[in-house]
Ligand binder design. Sequence first.
Ligand code: AMP
Length: 391
Amino acid sequence: MFQKKSVKDVDCSNKKVFVRVDFNVPLKDGKVADDTRILAALPTIQYLLDNDAAVILASHLGRPGGKKREELSLKPVAEYLSHLVNTKVSFNDDCIGETAKFAAGKLKFGEILVLENTRFHIGEKANDPTMGKELASLADIFVDDAFGTAHRAHASNVGITEYLPAVAGLLLEKEIIYLGNTIADPELPFTAILGGAKVSGKIGVIKNLVDKVDNILIGGGMANTFFAAMDFKMGDSLIEPDSIKMAKELITEFGEKIFLPVDVVIGDEFSDTAKYKTMTLGDIPDGWRIMDIGPDSLLEYEKIINRSKTIVWNGPMGVFEFKPFANGTFSLAKIIARSSAVTIVGGGDSAAAVNDAGLSKDITHVSTGGGASLKMMEGSILPGLEALDDK
Ligand code: AMP
């Protein structure tokens, strides 16, 4: 259960509040190319402004490797943000040191200061205590709203919590409620839908969920290893020989709750111009590979989804980047969006598919974190969450 304090549990008025946001956005020609993450941080920022806090925002951007790199500056993000809020947004070209202290010192309540990329300092990823302390010295309260980095212990999300009251922002709170509490205590029937390239990447999730769910629907490349375990010939399909034994064990032990595609779309090469055809599950001809789940599988999965009360989805059903093999993933997104269940979509590719299809408003919770959401589904305790103050 959500036992961490949130920004609503502390008095932020007339306080300097340091917010770790996820402004790791794509830039093109020095401009913000996708503002999803900036928009996702707005509720917490607006809440703090409405409560007369002085808001200091910090984030990483890309992988500068501990050095200042102009093309990974957060300045364009600060500029972008200034058009979204109704207050002054200033920028400081370092996140620690004298200039940061000076800028934070003169920041007025109800205004925003954006600090430069935290990863311009080697101490960020090393979770160097000196850096954590310097960041903390800028503010009275620490708010973490960066779910995407919650599975890492860095100075700006974990180190800093040693020195300040530390609470979750509104976005982080929502992530914990759905990916933590709902998954731990779901309304039944509970169905997990797992896809993506490799079964090896999802073993932790399967092991954590298999006792909690009523159904696990499998798609994507990871289904192939299960088919290989059932002794089908797999043609040129992606399989993981080292995971076949584990797939066999899972089928033997949990066969009645694990569902595999009953038909597949195969392609004669790994490209978007490949020849393709749909076939009932069987031996895959040489020279062909499984690239997507087929329409009958979608019908089967739809029936199970429609009788579920809680649904969690992580990983595409096929190579959705190629148009001929995108149907499984996008149709599944539509089926989930139509469901009246509590629907949770893990970050990364499945979240991208839901967003691209314009369906995110019909999903209860679309996670903003790829690796972090996978870790939550594995039942891991994320260092960034553990470090926050208990309720
Ligand atoms: P993951 O990061 O493990 O969730 O995998 C996502 C990737 O899985 C996407 O880039 C998909 O193109 C890929 N994928 C899905 N289905 C297949 C498949 N049948 N064969 C190969 N790759 C696949």
